[in-house]
Design a protein around this ligand. Structure first.
Ligand SMILES: [Zn+2]
Length: 74
């Protein structure tokens, strides 16, 4: 799973966790990126897309072919 979104370009942030005693621990925050099938110019494609882009409808999901759709095509 990728660490950046191929739609909005959102990537990792890094910084420190700071405890009450002021000790710093380096950390990296990654966006919630999912590898999903999306429709791009009429063709389905797997892309790494963050959940914010999925939720806001910036990509059109390519749903897997179900038994019903396969029967309709035949
Ligand atoms: Zn995104």
């Amino acid at each position: 799973m990728g660490k950046f979104c191929e739609i909005c370009g959102k990537g990792t942030l890094n910084g420190n966790l700071v405890s009450h005693s002021n000790r710093k621990t380096h950390t990296i925050w990654a966006p919630n990126v999912q590898n999903v099938r999306v429709m791009v110019n009429g063709a389905s494609k797997r892309m790494n897309v963050c959940t914010a882009c999925l939720r806001s409808g910036k990509v059109q999901r390519a749903l897997p072919k179900t038994h019903a759709t396969l029967e309709a095509e035949a």
